[in-house]
Design a protein around this ligand. Structure first.
Ligand SMILES: C[S@@+](CC[C@H](N)C(=O)[O-])C[C@H]1O[C@@H](n2cnc3c(N)ncnc32)[C@H](O)[C@@H]1O
Length: 219
């Protein structure tokens, strides 16, 4: 018998309320880099984009943060833009677009056949996810997201391992909040409102707690 899924629960993340140059924000971004490396997130995005993005397709990364994932992915997807509330990173290339905006009110989706994001969609409640799916899906051909798997085991694992590994207090808090707001099973495409007659998708979960969705518009 499968265990009952834990209810999705959203709470504010501390990183979202800190100025980008606050010492705790800098430490938490450092931790995020480590987490992304350990979970293999950047490598996974790179292999997916290398095999599925078509020449000339523009990619938009939701929640680009400090721009590190973008820098790693540009060699395989050169037309790569980002959106985040935080200011344009100093390392962001001059010929790439940076939308400093709230994703919930962004209107430039029609430029983007490919929309990706790492550890961003769990920030959105069910209503906001549906609204996001509604505005993205008419223009997009490919969606690629890596999130957290919402599972009791992952929550316990994180609560033990994060302090042992010296994660900053913001990371410890936000990691736990992110798992509680994560996804399981077929949830994410349904929350985005993707129509299975228009989209086909593939979901995987890793033992380290990543929840990964690749959705492609049917030909
Ligand atoms: C957990 S961080 C992940 C950053 C980066 N994707 C990574 O993996 O290192 C989430 C990012 O999403 C941004 N963010 C969260 N909600 C947002 C919103 N509604 N609109 C724009 N950016 C948002 C935050 O500013 C932050 O940079």
């Amino acid at each position: 018998m499968h265990p009952q899924p834990v209810q999705r629960r959203l709470e504010p993340e501390l990183l979202d309320s800190l100025p980008p140059d606050h010492p705790d924000a800098l430490l938490s971004r450092r931790d995020l880099r480590v987490i992304n490396r350990v979970m293999g997130n950047a490598r996974w995005f790179r292999s997916v984009l290398a095999s599925r993005v078509r020449p000339g397709e523009r990619v938009l990364e939701l929640g680009s943060g400090a721009g590190e994932l973008a820098a790693y992915l540009r060699p395989v997807s050169p037309l790569f833009d980002g959106i985040d509330r935080v200011p344009r990173p100093t390392t962001w290339p001059a010929d790439a677009r940076w939308h400093q905006a709230d994703i919930n009110v962004f209107t430039g989706w029609n430029d983007y056949p490919v929309v990706i994001g790492n550890l961003i969609l769990h920030h959105f409640d069910d209503t906001a996810l549906r609204a996001l799916g509604n505005v993205i899906s008419p223009h997009a051909r490919l969606l690629v997201f890596s999130e957290t798997t919402r599972q009791r085991f992952n929550q316990r694992f994180w609560n033990v391992v994060a302090p042992l590994c010296g994660a900053n207090r913001v990371t410890q808090h936000d990691g736990s909040v992110s798992i509680a707001a994560g996804f399981c099973g077929e949830e994410l495409p349904h929350l985005l409102g993707l129509d299975p007659s228009v989209w086909r998708w593939h979901i995987t979960s890793t033992w380290l707690g990543a929840y990964r969705l690749i959705a492609e518009r049917r030909a």
